[in-house]
Design a protein around this ligand. Sequence first.
Ligand code: SF4
Ligand code: SF4
Length: 348
Amino acid sequence: MLYKTIDKEDLKNLIDVHLHDVECIGPRQVGTNAKGRPLYQFLPVSSFDDMDLDYDTTEYSAKTYFLPYKEVLSTFHFDDSGWTQDITYRKHPRIIVGLHRCDINGLVKLDKVFAKEFHPNPYYLSRRGNTLIIGIGCHKHCEGGFCSSIGSDSVTHGFDLFLTDIGDRYFVKVGSDRGFNALNKINVRDISDEDRNQYLSNRNNFESSFKKTVKVENLPNLLDIEFESEVWKKWGDKCMSCGSCAMVCPTCYCYGVTENLSMDFKKSEKTKQLYSCNLYDFAQVAGGHNFRPARETRLKYRYYHQHRGFVETFGQPMCVGCNRCSRVCLAGINPTEVIRDIQMEHGR
Ligand code: SF4
Ligand code: SF4
């Protein structure tokens, strides 16, 4: 890993230079909640000053810029001589500024599913490949976040540049050639001993300020044992099957595909839409049979995918501990409480 230092003013210059020809996305305040807490979202910006890089978290993750909630996969045209198919991939470059460690780790997990598998997803790859990621270390704890408990409070790859605030300048981890080339447009210095010490001191302070709120080390085994636990009914009875948790989650990626044929049979569109395993018809198949008609089995499925199946396939949980699902849930379902309940069940 290559490390550099830039003045804060130069980050502004870097973004403003790119804004002329590249779409730029960053954290913007969009209002406040009932308690007066500022609410943020990743949104397009037209100047560096539109962003607030001191934000704690965003309500939605930046997933939508890689996996849109709805996208047309292909369009078909039919006529007497045959048919044609049009497929369009996103080619326009984009910069996303201000992703925190948990959200970059979320992208790395999506990469495992969509970019590193035997059949990479070209729609995802075109967006990922055309997006410069400038991450930044958070220095405020977000409400209920448990990234340190689940191991996503540090990041080693998945970004082009990663910034840590060290006073009047940023300590910059360069994560790719593209990130290195982007720095060519501004003043960059080699790191000094003072920069390094300040970075390590900030990092240590940040790490020691976290409390582990949930243990996940043995969770896949516990889930195997507690498949029939009453805990699933307890939390499933609260769930309203709205699917909001999956929509805001940086790593939930389940989707459905529909085909719409025009009334004159001349055109058809294949559309992909993100879906949630908590929705009633998620496991409904042709003929009408529903493999998971009960709310508790659907809620359980989401936890098993996040903390059991993904671990078996990729050696790590899918969840990054951002706690967005808990903040959005009107039923008050919180992953740390569900996991603790399972652990208590086992220890009983
Ligand atoms: S947001 Fe809450 S109520 Fe809605 S599906 Fe998710 S767990 Fe259930
Ligand atoms: S399951 Fe909840 S806490 Fe985990 S990554 Fe998704 S939104 Fe964040």
